[in-house]
Design a binder for this molecule. Structure first.
Ligand code: FAD
Length: 435
Protein backbone atom coordinates (compact mmCIF):
# COMPACT_ATOMS: atom_id res chain seq x y z
CA UNK A 1 0.00 0.00 0.00
CA UNK A 2 1.22 3.51 -0.79
CA UNK A 3 0.67 6.43 1.60
CA UNK A 4 0.31 9.75 -0.20
CA UNK A 5 1.11 13.23 1.13
CA UNK A 6 0.81 16.64 -0.52
CA UNK A 7 4.12 17.49 1.09
CA UNK A 8 6.49 14.85 2.39
CA UNK A 9 9.45 15.97 4.49
CA UNK A 10 12.38 13.60 5.01
CA UNK A 11 14.35 14.42 8.14
CA UNK A 12 12.92 15.71 11.43
CA UNK A 13 15.86 17.84 12.47
CA UNK A 14 15.51 21.63 12.78
CA UNK A 15 15.15 22.05 8.99
CA UNK A 16 12.56 19.30 8.54
CA UNK A 17 10.52 20.35 11.58
CA UNK A 18 10.37 23.93 10.31
CA UNK A 19 9.44 22.75 6.80
CA UNK A 20 6.62 20.54 8.08
CA UNK A 21 5.20 23.35 10.21
CA UNK A 22 5.38 25.90 7.39
CA UNK A 23 3.79 23.58 4.82
CA UNK A 24 1.01 22.54 7.24
CA UNK A 25 0.24 26.20 8.01
CA UNK A 26 -1.12 26.49 4.43
CA UNK A 27 -3.41 23.49 4.85
CA UNK A 28 -1.23 20.94 3.03
CA UNK A 29 -1.44 17.30 4.09
CA UNK A 30 2.08 16.81 5.43
CA UNK A 31 4.05 13.69 6.31
CA UNK A 32 7.26 14.02 8.35
CA UNK A 33 9.60 11.04 8.10
CA UNK A 34 12.68 10.21 10.15
CA UNK A 35 14.77 7.14 10.77
CA UNK A 36 14.91 8.06 14.46
CA UNK A 37 12.24 7.32 17.05
CA UNK A 38 12.07 10.98 18.10
CA UNK A 39 12.15 14.31 16.34
CA UNK A 40 15.04 16.75 16.79
CA UNK A 41 17.78 15.59 14.43
CA UNK A 42 21.37 15.93 15.57
CA UNK A 43 21.46 19.16 17.50
CA UNK A 44 18.17 18.54 19.32
CA UNK A 45 18.68 14.84 19.93
CA UNK A 46 16.63 13.72 22.93
CA UNK A 47 18.76 13.32 26.06
CA UNK A 48 17.77 10.24 28.10
CA UNK A 49 19.03 11.88 31.31
CA UNK A 50 18.44 15.61 30.81
CA UNK A 51 15.42 15.51 28.50
CA UNK A 52 14.83 17.66 25.44
CA UNK A 53 16.12 21.26 25.41
CA UNK A 54 13.36 23.88 25.74
CA UNK A 55 13.95 25.39 22.26
CA UNK A 56 13.74 21.92 20.77
CA UNK A 57 10.50 21.09 22.61
CA UNK A 58 8.95 24.32 21.35
CA UNK A 59 9.94 23.57 17.75
CA UNK A 60 8.78 19.97 18.01
CA UNK A 61 5.40 20.91 19.49
CA UNK A 62 4.92 23.58 16.84
CA UNK A 63 5.54 21.02 14.10
CA UNK A 64 3.99 17.81 15.31
CA UNK A 65 1.94 18.86 18.34
CA UNK A 66 -1.63 17.67 18.69
CA UNK A 67 -3.06 20.80 17.03
CA UNK A 68 -0.84 20.57 13.94
CA UNK A 69 -2.02 18.40 11.05
CA UNK A 70 1.34 16.77 10.39
CA UNK A 71 1.59 12.98 10.29
CA UNK A 72 4.70 11.93 12.18
CA UNK A 73 6.30 8.82 10.68
CA UNK A 74 8.89 7.73 13.23
CA UNK A 75 11.48 5.02 12.55
CA UNK A 76 10.95 5.26 8.82
CA UNK A 77 14.35 5.07 7.19
CA UNK A 78 14.17 5.98 3.52
CA UNK A 79 16.28 3.44 1.67
CA UNK A 80 15.24 3.93 -1.95
CA UNK A 81 13.61 6.52 -4.17
CA UNK A 82 12.32 6.89 -7.67
CA UNK A 83 10.43 9.81 -9.23
CA UNK A 84 7.40 10.45 -6.93
CA UNK A 85 7.88 7.48 -4.61
CA UNK A 86 10.09 6.63 -1.65
CA UNK A 87 10.58 3.30 0.05
CA UNK A 88 11.11 3.39 3.81
CA UNK A 89 12.13 0.58 6.10
CA UNK A 90 10.15 0.51 9.35
CA UNK A 91 10.13 -1.95 12.25
CA UNK A 92 7.01 -3.46 10.64
CA UNK A 93 8.46 -3.83 7.14
CA UNK A 94 8.61 -1.72 3.99
CA UNK A 95 6.34 1.28 3.46
CA UNK A 96 5.93 3.10 0.18
CA UNK A 97 5.38 6.85 0.35
CA UNK A 98 4.34 9.09 -2.50
CA UNK A 99 4.25 12.86 -2.59
CA UNK A 100 3.15 15.91 -4.49
CA UNK A 101 6.17 17.87 -3.22
CA UNK A 102 9.18 16.59 -1.34
CA UNK A 103 11.42 18.45 1.10
CA UNK A 104 14.78 16.78 1.65
CA UNK A 105 16.17 17.73 5.07
CA UNK A 106 18.54 14.84 5.67
CA UNK A 107 21.21 16.87 7.48
CA UNK A 108 24.88 16.00 7.76
CA UNK A 109 27.21 13.44 9.24
CA UNK A 110 30.66 13.70 10.80
CA UNK A 111 33.84 13.61 8.77
CA UNK A 112 36.24 11.16 10.37
CA UNK A 113 39.80 11.16 9.02
CA UNK A 114 41.82 8.01 9.65
CA UNK A 115 45.03 7.88 11.72
CA UNK A 116 46.86 4.99 13.35
CA UNK A 117 44.64 3.55 16.10
CA UNK A 118 41.41 5.26 15.01
CA UNK A 119 39.58 1.93 14.92
CA UNK A 120 40.40 1.05 18.55
CA UNK A 121 37.40 0.64 20.85
CA UNK A 122 36.95 3.91 22.73
CA UNK A 123 37.67 6.07 19.68
CA UNK A 124 34.46 7.64 18.34
CA UNK A 125 33.28 10.71 16.49
CA UNK A 126 32.93 13.81 18.68
CA UNK A 127 29.23 14.13 17.82
CA UNK A 128 29.05 10.35 17.91
CA UNK A 129 30.13 10.19 21.56
CA UNK A 130 27.82 13.10 22.35
CA UNK A 131 24.93 11.11 20.82
CA UNK A 132 25.88 7.95 22.73
CA UNK A 133 26.02 9.86 26.02
CA UNK A 134 22.63 11.43 25.35
CA UNK A 135 21.24 7.98 24.63
CA UNK A 136 22.43 6.75 28.02
CA UNK A 137 25.85 5.23 27.31
CA UNK A 138 27.82 5.73 30.55
CA UNK A 139 30.69 8.25 30.34
CA UNK A 140 30.68 9.28 34.01
CA UNK A 141 34.23 9.49 35.37
CA UNK A 142 35.77 8.62 31.99
CA UNK A 143 38.81 10.63 30.88
CA UNK A 144 37.94 11.98 27.42
CA UNK A 145 40.12 13.77 24.87
CA UNK A 146 38.04 15.80 22.40
CA UNK A 147 39.77 16.59 19.11
CA UNK A 148 39.28 17.51 15.47
CA UNK A 149 37.73 20.71 14.20
CA UNK A 150 34.76 23.02 14.42
CA UNK A 151 32.26 24.32 16.98
CA UNK A 152 30.83 20.81 17.38
CA UNK A 153 33.89 19.97 19.53
CA UNK A 154 32.73 22.50 22.13
CA UNK A 155 29.13 21.31 22.03
CA UNK A 156 30.24 17.69 22.35
CA UNK A 157 32.65 18.48 25.20
CA UNK A 158 29.92 20.36 27.10
CA UNK A 159 27.44 17.49 26.67
CA UNK A 160 30.03 14.93 27.82
CA UNK A 161 30.83 17.00 30.86
CA UNK A 162 27.15 17.31 31.67
CA UNK A 163 27.04 13.52 31.68
CA UNK A 164 29.91 13.33 34.15
CA UNK A 165 32.88 12.75 31.84
CA UNK A 166 36.29 14.26 32.70
CA UNK A 167 37.14 16.23 29.57
CA UNK A 168 40.94 16.43 29.56
CA UNK A 169 41.20 18.96 26.75
CA UNK A 170 39.85 20.14 23.41
CA UNK A 171 42.32 19.91 20.53
CA UNK A 172 41.24 22.14 17.62
CA UNK A 173 43.34 21.72 14.49
CA UNK A 174 42.73 25.30 13.30
CA UNK A 175 45.36 27.83 14.36
CA UNK A 176 44.97 30.30 17.23
CA UNK A 177 45.01 33.14 14.65
CA UNK A 178 42.13 31.53 12.75
CA UNK A 179 40.18 31.10 15.99
CA UNK A 180 40.71 34.73 16.96
CA UNK A 181 39.57 35.88 13.52
CA UNK A 182 36.49 33.64 13.84
CA UNK A 183 35.65 35.00 17.30
CA UNK A 184 36.01 38.61 16.07
CA UNK A 185 33.35 38.03 13.40
CA UNK A 186 30.87 36.30 15.68
CA UNK A 187 29.11 39.50 16.85
CA UNK A 188 27.17 39.46 13.55
CA UNK A 189 25.25 36.40 14.85
CA UNK A 190 24.09 37.29 18.39
CA UNK A 191 22.53 33.86 18.89
CA UNK A 192 25.92 32.31 18.24
CA UNK A 193 27.60 34.68 20.67
CA UNK A 194 25.16 33.60 23.38
CA UNK A 195 25.80 29.93 22.60
CA UNK A 196 29.57 30.46 22.60
CA UNK A 197 29.44 32.22 25.96
CA UNK A 198 27.33 29.41 27.44
CA UNK A 199 29.78 26.79 26.19
CA UNK A 200 32.74 28.80 27.43
CA UNK A 201 31.20 29.02 30.89
CA UNK A 202 30.44 25.29 30.92
CA UNK A 203 34.03 24.51 29.87
CA UNK A 204 35.86 27.34 31.69
CA UNK A 205 38.42 24.99 33.25
CA UNK A 206 38.96 22.75 30.20
CA UNK A 207 42.16 23.44 28.24
CA UNK A 208 41.53 24.46 24.62
CA UNK A 209 44.53 23.88 22.35
CA UNK A 210 44.62 25.47 18.88
CA UNK A 211 46.78 24.21 16.03
CA UNK A 212 46.66 20.84 17.77
CA UNK A 213 45.63 17.42 16.52
CA UNK A 214 45.74 13.74 17.48
CA UNK A 215 48.23 11.87 15.30
CA UNK A 216 47.72 8.38 16.75
CA UNK A 217 45.74 6.47 19.37
CA UNK A 218 47.35 3.62 21.31
CA UNK A 219 46.11 0.73 23.39
CA UNK A 220 45.64 -3.04 23.18
CA UNK A 221 41.99 -3.91 23.72
CA UNK A 222 40.91 -0.25 23.75
CA UNK A 223 42.43 3.21 23.57
CA UNK A 224 44.57 4.06 26.59
CA UNK A 225 46.48 7.08 25.28
CA UNK A 226 46.78 9.42 22.33
CA UNK A 227 49.73 11.25 20.77
CA UNK A 228 48.92 14.88 20.21
CA UNK A 229 50.90 17.28 18.00
CA UNK A 230 50.71 20.93 19.02
CA UNK A 231 52.86 23.41 17.16
CA UNK A 232 56.20 21.66 16.73
CA UNK A 233 55.89 19.42 19.78
CA UNK A 234 54.30 16.06 20.42
CA UNK A 235 52.90 14.82 23.73
CA UNK A 236 51.19 11.73 25.09
CA UNK A 237 47.83 12.05 26.85
CA UNK A 238 46.47 9.09 28.81
CA UNK A 239 42.72 8.71 28.37
CA UNK A 240 39.79 6.28 28.36
CA UNK A 241 37.98 7.75 25.34
CA UNK A 242 38.88 9.82 22.31
CA UNK A 243 36.07 11.80 20.67
CA UNK A 244 37.36 13.07 17.33
CA UNK A 245 35.52 14.72 14.42
CA UNK A 246 36.94 16.78 11.56
CA UNK A 247 33.80 18.69 10.58
CA UNK A 248 30.53 17.79 8.88
CA UNK A 249 29.59 16.45 5.46
CA UNK A 250 26.10 16.86 3.91
CA UNK A 251 23.92 13.76 3.45
CA UNK A 252 22.98 13.90 -0.22
CA UNK A 253 22.32 10.27 -1.15
CA UNK A 254 18.52 10.61 -1.26
CA UNK A 255 18.68 13.77 -3.38
CA UNK A 256 21.19 12.10 -5.66
CA UNK A 257 19.00 9.06 -6.09
CA UNK A 258 16.13 11.32 -7.14
CA UNK A 259 18.30 12.94 -9.79
CA UNK A 260 18.87 16.31 -8.09
CA UNK A 261 21.93 18.16 -9.36
CA UNK A 262 24.83 18.66 -6.96
CA UNK A 263 27.24 21.51 -6.26
CA UNK A 264 30.59 20.87 -4.68
CA UNK A 265 31.72 22.06 -1.29
CA UNK A 266 35.39 21.25 -1.31
CA UNK A 267 35.70 17.50 -1.74
CA UNK A 268 32.03 16.78 -1.05
CA UNK A 269 28.74 17.19 -2.93
CA UNK A 270 25.94 19.40 -1.60
CA UNK A 271 22.41 19.51 -3.00
CA UNK A 272 22.17 22.32 -5.56
CA UNK A 273 19.32 24.72 -4.72
CA UNK A 274 18.27 28.21 -5.77
CA UNK A 275 17.43 30.95 -3.27
CA UNK A 276 13.95 29.52 -2.77
CA UNK A 277 15.46 26.10 -2.12
CA UNK A 278 14.19 24.49 -5.30
CA UNK A 279 16.44 21.68 -6.47
CA UNK A 280 16.98 20.90 -10.14
CA UNK A 281 14.00 18.48 -9.98
CA UNK A 282 10.67 20.29 -10.35
CA UNK A 283 8.78 19.19 -7.23
CA UNK A 284 11.72 18.63 -4.88
CA UNK A 285 13.10 21.13 -2.37
CA UNK A 286 16.04 20.78 -0.01
CA UNK A 287 16.84 22.56 3.23
CA UNK A 288 19.38 22.61 6.04
CA UNK A 289 22.73 20.92 6.09
CA UNK A 290 22.07 18.71 3.08
CA UNK A 291 22.54 21.99 1.12
CA UNK A 292 25.82 22.84 2.89
CA UNK A 293 27.00 23.23 6.46
CA UNK A 294 25.81 26.44 8.11
CA UNK A 295 24.42 25.45 11.52
CA UNK A 296 21.12 25.57 13.35
CA UNK A 297 19.81 29.02 12.37
CA UNK A 298 20.29 28.42 8.65
CA UNK A 299 18.61 25.02 8.96
CA UNK A 300 15.54 26.53 10.65
CA UNK A 301 15.13 29.42 8.19
CA UNK A 302 15.68 27.16 5.21
CA UNK A 303 13.17 24.67 6.53
CA UNK A 304 10.56 27.43 6.68
CA UNK A 305 11.35 28.62 3.16
CA UNK A 306 11.24 25.10 1.72
CA UNK A 307 8.00 24.31 3.58
CA UNK A 308 6.27 27.47 2.30
CA UNK A 309 7.49 26.77 -1.22
CA UNK A 310 6.36 23.16 -1.09
CA UNK A 311 2.89 24.40 -0.14
CA UNK A 312 2.93 26.92 -3.01
CA UNK A 313 3.28 30.00 -0.76
CA UNK A 314 6.01 31.83 -2.62
CA UNK A 315 5.40 35.21 -0.98
CA UNK A 316 5.83 33.76 2.52
CA UNK A 317 9.06 32.08 1.39
CA UNK A 318 10.40 35.19 -0.29
CA UNK A 319 9.93 37.25 2.88
CA UNK A 320 12.57 35.07 4.58
CA UNK A 321 15.31 35.39 1.97
CA UNK A 322 17.27 38.12 3.75
CA UNK A 323 17.37 36.06 6.96
CA UNK A 324 18.56 33.08 4.98
CA UNK A 325 21.43 35.00 3.37
CA UNK A 326 22.56 36.20 6.78
CA UNK A 327 22.36 32.73 8.33
CA UNK A 328 24.20 31.16 5.38
CA UNK A 329 27.06 33.62 5.79
CA UNK A 330 27.82 31.87 9.06
CA UNK A 331 28.56 28.74 7.01
CA UNK A 332 31.08 30.71 4.95
CA UNK A 333 32.72 31.87 8.17
CA UNK A 334 33.01 28.28 9.39
CA UNK A 335 34.48 27.13 6.11
CA UNK A 336 37.06 29.93 6.09
CA UNK A 337 38.29 29.61 9.65
CA UNK A 338 38.08 25.86 10.19
CA UNK A 339 39.76 24.84 6.92
CA UNK A 340 41.50 21.52 7.53
CA UNK A 341 45.29 21.31 7.85
CA UNK A 342 46.50 19.06 4.98
CA UNK A 343 48.78 17.27 7.46
CA UNK A 344 45.65 15.52 8.72
CA UNK A 345 45.31 13.74 5.35
CA UNK A 346 48.71 12.13 5.71
CA UNK A 347 48.34 10.62 9.20
CA UNK A 348 47.14 7.18 8.04
CA UNK A 349 49.98 4.73 7.42
CA UNK A 350 50.31 1.84 4.96
CA UNK A 351 48.76 -0.62 7.45
CA UNK A 352 46.11 1.75 8.87
CA UNK A 353 42.63 0.38 8.30
CA UNK A 354 40.62 2.77 6.12
CA UNK A 355 37.42 0.76 5.62
CA UNK A 356 36.64 -0.50 9.09
CA UNK A 357 33.61 -2.50 7.95
CA UNK A 358 35.68 -4.63 5.55
CA UNK A 359 39.16 -4.30 7.17
CA UNK A 360 40.77 -2.67 4.14
CA UNK A 361 44.08 -0.90 4.80
CA UNK A 362 45.37 2.23 3.09
CA UNK A 363 48.14 0.15 1.50
CA UNK A 364 45.58 -2.20 -0.08
CA UNK A 365 44.20 0.77 -2.04
CA UNK A 366 47.55 1.61 -3.64
CA UNK A 367 47.39 1.58 -7.41
CA UNK A 368 43.65 2.22 -7.70
CA UNK A 369 42.66 5.56 -9.17
CA UNK A 370 38.88 5.32 -9.01
CA UNK A 371 36.53 4.29 -6.27
CA UNK A 372 34.62 1.71 -8.26
CA UNK A 373 37.68 -0.35 -9.18
CA UNK A 374 38.98 -0.12 -5.64
CA UNK A 375 35.61 -1.29 -4.33
CA UNK A 376 35.42 -4.25 -6.67
CA UNK A 377 38.98 -5.36 -5.94
CA UNK A 378 39.21 -4.74 -2.18
CA UNK A 379 35.59 -4.50 -0.91
CA UNK A 380 36.44 -1.01 0.43
CA UNK A 381 33.10 0.69 1.16
CA UNK A 382 30.99 -2.44 0.80
CA UNK A 383 30.28 -2.95 4.49
CA UNK A 384 27.46 -1.82 6.73
CA UNK A 385 28.26 1.91 6.50
CA UNK A 386 28.29 1.67 2.72
CA UNK A 387 31.29 3.94 2.40
CA UNK A 388 29.77 6.77 4.36
CA UNK A 389 32.86 6.84 6.61
CA UNK A 390 35.74 5.60 4.45
CA UNK A 391 34.47 6.99 1.14
CA UNK A 392 34.02 10.42 2.68
CA UNK A 393 37.49 10.30 4.24
CA UNK A 394 39.12 9.14 0.99
CA UNK A 395 37.43 11.95 -0.93
CA UNK A 396 38.65 14.49 1.63
CA UNK A 397 42.18 13.01 1.40
CA UNK A 398 42.06 13.45 -2.38
CA UNK A 399 42.25 9.71 -3.13
CA UNK A 400 38.95 9.07 -4.93
CA UNK A 401 37.16 12.29 -5.85
CA UNK A 402 33.67 10.94 -6.41
CA UNK A 403 31.70 7.79 -6.93
CA UNK A 404 28.17 6.49 -7.38
CA UNK A 405 25.32 6.18 -4.91
CA UNK A 406 23.87 2.73 -4.75
CA UNK A 407 20.61 1.26 -3.65
CA UNK A 408 19.75 0.87 -0.82
CA UNK A 409 20.79 4.20 0.70
CA UNK A 410 21.16 2.47 4.06
CA UNK A 411 21.61 -1.25 4.76
CA UNK A 412 18.16 -2.86 4.78
CA UNK A 413 16.69 -6.22 5.78
CA UNK A 414 16.14 -8.65 2.92
CA UNK A 415 12.49 -8.82 3.99
CA UNK A 416 12.16 -5.07 3.38
CA UNK A 417 13.56 -5.39 -0.12
CA UNK A 418 11.32 -8.38 -0.81
CA UNK A 419 8.30 -6.38 0.43
CA UNK A 420 8.85 -3.71 -2.19
CA UNK A 421 6.14 -3.86 -4.78
CA UNK A 422 8.25 -2.54 -7.66
CA UNK A 423 11.38 -4.08 -9.19
CA UNK A 424 14.76 -2.91 -7.87
CA UNK A 425 15.60 0.62 -8.90
CA UNK A 426 18.53 1.27 -11.20
CA UNK A 427 21.64 2.70 -9.58
CA UNK A 428 22.20 6.33 -10.36
CA UNK A 429 25.31 8.47 -10.27
CA UNK A 430 24.75 11.02 -7.51
CA UNK A 431 28.17 12.36 -6.73
CA UNK A 432 27.97 10.99 -3.21
CA UNK A 433 31.27 9.76 -1.93
CA UNK A 434 30.76 6.06 -1.58
CA UNK A 435 33.82 4.18 -2.76
C1 FAD B 1 26.61 13.95 15.14
C2 FAD B 1 26.27 15.42 15.10
C3 FAD B 1 26.07 16.13 16.27
C4 FAD B 1 25.76 17.48 16.24
N1 FAD B 1 25.60 18.16 17.44
C5 FAD B 1 25.39 19.50 17.40
C6 FAD B 1 25.28 20.25 18.62
O1 FAD B 1 25.36 19.70 19.71
N2 FAD B 1 25.07 21.59 18.53
C7 FAD B 1 24.98 22.24 17.31
O2 FAD B 1 24.79 23.47 17.28
N3 FAD B 1 25.07 21.55 16.16
C8 FAD B 1 25.29 20.21 16.17
N4 FAD B 1 25.42 19.52 15.00
C9 FAD B 1 25.24 20.28 13.77
C10 FAD B 1 23.79 20.07 13.31
O3 FAD B 1 23.84 19.12 12.27
C11 FAD B 1 23.05 21.27 12.79
O4 FAD B 1 23.23 22.40 13.57
C12 FAD B 1 21.53 21.04 12.65
O5 FAD B 1 21.09 19.95 13.43
C13 FAD B 1 21.21 20.76 11.21
O6 FAD B 1 19.84 20.54 11.07
P1 FAD B 1 19.24 19.71 9.86
O7 FAD B 1 17.77 19.70 10.08
O8 FAD B 1 19.76 20.23 8.58
O9 FAD B 1 19.83 18.24 9.99
P2 FAD B 1 19.82 17.17 11.17
O10 FAD B 1 19.62 17.79 12.49
O11 FAD B 1 21.06 16.37 10.95
O12 FAD B 1 18.54 16.26 10.84
C14 FAD B 1 18.50 15.38 9.76
C15 FAD B 1 17.53 14.26 10.08
O13 FAD B 1 17.32 13.50 8.90
C16 FAD B 1 17.20 12.14 9.24
N5 FAD B 1 17.53 11.35 8.06
C17 FAD B 1 18.64 11.43 7.29
N6 FAD B 1 18.57 10.56 6.26
C18 FAD B 1 17.39 9.90 6.39
C19 FAD B 1 16.75 8.87 5.65
N7 FAD B 1 17.30 8.35 4.54
N8 FAD B 1 15.55 8.42 6.07
C20 FAD B 1 14.96 8.95 7.17
N9 FAD B 1 15.52 9.93 7.92
C21 FAD B 1 16.72 10.40 7.54
C22 FAD B 1 18.17 11.96 10.40
O14 FAD B 1 17.80 10.84 11.20
C23 FAD B 1 18.03 13.29 11.14
O15 FAD B 1 17.12 13.22 12.19
C24 FAD B 1 25.69 18.15 15.00
C25 FAD B 1 25.88 17.43 13.81
C26 FAD B 1 26.17 16.08 13.85
C27 FAD B 1 26.38 15.33 12.54
Amino acid sequence: MTEHYDVLVVGAGPAGLAAAQAAASHGARVGLVDAQARQGGQVWRHDAVHGTPRAASRAINASVGTRVPVTWLARHQVIAAQSQRLCAETPLGAVELSFGRLVIATGARELLLPFPGWTLPGVTGAGGLQALAKQGWPVRGKRVVVAGSGPLLWAAAASLRRHGARVLGIHEQASAAAMRAFALQLWRWPGRVAQALQLRAALHDVAHHCGSFVRRADGDAAVTSVQVTSGGTSMRVDCDLLAVGHGLVPNVALAGMLGCAMDRDGAHPVVQVDELLRTSVANIHAAGESCGIAGLSAARIEGRIAGHMAAGATAAATSLLRQRRHARRFGELLERHFALDPRLYALAEHDTIICRCEDVTLGALDGYTDARTARLATRCGMGACQGRVCGTALAQMGRFPRSDCRLPIFPARLATLADRASPPLPSRDSGDNHP
